[in-house]
Design a protein around this ligand. Sequence first.
Ligand code: ATP
Ligand code: MG
Ligand code: MG
Length: 582
Amino acid sequence: KAGENPQIKPELTQKHLEATKGMVITRFPPEPNGYLHIGHAKAINVNFGYAKIHGGICNLRYDDTNPEAEEQEYVDSILDTVRWLGFEPDNVLYSSDYFQELFDLAVDLIRRDLAYVCHCTAEQIYEQRGGANKGPRSCCDHRSRPVLESLDEFQKMKEGRYAANEATLRMKMDMEDGNPQMWDLIAYRILYSSHHRTGNKWCIYPTYDFTHCLCDSIENITHSLCTREFTQSRQSYYWLCDALEVYKPVQWEYGRLNVTNTVLSKRKLLKLRDEGFIRDLDDPRLYTIPALRRRGVPPQAINAFVRELGVSTSSPIIAVERLENHIRDCLNEIAPRIMAAISPVRVVLTNLPEDYLEMIELPYKSNDSSFGSHKVPFTRVLHIDSSDFREVDSADYYRLAPNKSVGLQNIPFPITCTDVRKNADGSIAEIFCRYENEGKQKKPKSFIQWIAECPQLGSPIRLDEVRIYNPLFKHANPYDETVVPGGWLSDVDRDSLQIYKGAIAEVGLWDLINKHAATESGKKDIIDRHPENIRFQFTRMGYFTLDKDSSMSVADAAKTTKGNDVKLIMNRIVTLKEDPKK
Ligand code: ATP
Ligand code: MG
Ligand code: MG
């Protein structure tokens, strides 16, 4: 229970309870050195969720003590991501808010003779910790220098009178302890690097080990929830709070979340970009949250996925198909259906007159009138997806083939293929069909999507690109050297992005885009209005969204015919069904 840690002094508990009124306080503590990823979605759900079920509060605390890696862009993106997932931090705080307080605590620690300024090199410290052979450990001479000397030296560090690497502040812990986290960890190091918030005010920065527990303590965090790689750090966390006699939160660890066929670590993502495998850190094949968002994944699906996994201490690699199932479930509920062809082929209904035009009413979702409906033209010339036609028929094939009939979605009569015209290269130029609108017909076994040629109504809409995403890595675990001997980078599937340039869609798409255009008024550009919120199903093909590489103003969308400067780029969010090969 909050404030009932028996190991801390009663007066500290008293002060803590006065500040918190017995409330649970958690924090989500990202370092602003990259975009958040699917693993962070778990951390967010754990911290905000735990506070919520106990009627407490959860802070967002930027753990910004590494100025070399941190950027304002990531600070902004992280808050945006937390909110997009549906959580609102009770306070937005920064470790750098406490730089002065942390410095004062460091001075206090030196005064207590529990920290010393050390001039050993990184190699020397490594050797003192037993070196490569994990041999005997030793202490350096600086460890026993007088308190006043360390105070003086620490001041010099702060004043910039040492070069980087010439001095550190180390905690005087216990070199005999079996836990490496007790081997005189570094509390402060010198970095001549400008900080995104404090500028050049400081040239010494506290380490994670020094900062994290003390910020938790200052903020009266009741439960410091973190991932399991910090289990060993629990001892140093408690040691420092006790050493300074400050309020000590309770640390609990949970397992990290990993998913298959991807990598999450920020350094690895930068490498992928720098090596040219991806263009942006929000490439929709990645599992950063901005990438998932851009791909069209709804936040509810991400939250449902991490909640289903629950909070355990194990860190398994979860099959990405489980996330995809949540995405499908969610999109099935919210996505209107329209017809499109990724690789279209022309179909002429030879028995219809040239100027034949019938308007067909299409529901946005069959058997669900709450989605509404729209009208599309039906004319003598249609386009179907080339995957729905085969020149060589077989008994188990139920779509279009020579002398075979197929149904068209929402059209009363089937069509029968009577002839085919080919291009010089052997590809299909046109399929000739009879529209079977006379006499009684057998109900077709399957119904395919179609898009009519009707220039005066802007049909079909030409899609500049349809981007189909497959897993970026070929193996479930790209780090497993037994199946990926060449290392994780060699496991990248260079064909994981497929781009179709000739795709088309029916005019219902304008209607959906215009409904979306009504959101976030004030922005003239559809793309600034988060086009990923326009999610739809291309019937029989998958769920799709508009990528931010598209370009279209609100005025363009209202014209409902595609002008030359409009660019429509679609992302496939997910297929309709799980791939049966897996
Ligand atoms: P990475 O290097 O993968 O981005 P990190 O741990 O360095 O991870 P932080 O920004 O420090 O990233 O993480 C903020 C919080 O999110 C921490 O509490 C951390 O434990 C938690 N977290 C990070 N990765 C995961 C994960 N894969 N699963 C669950 N929680 C995670
Ligand atoms: Mg970290
Ligand atoms: Mg990291």
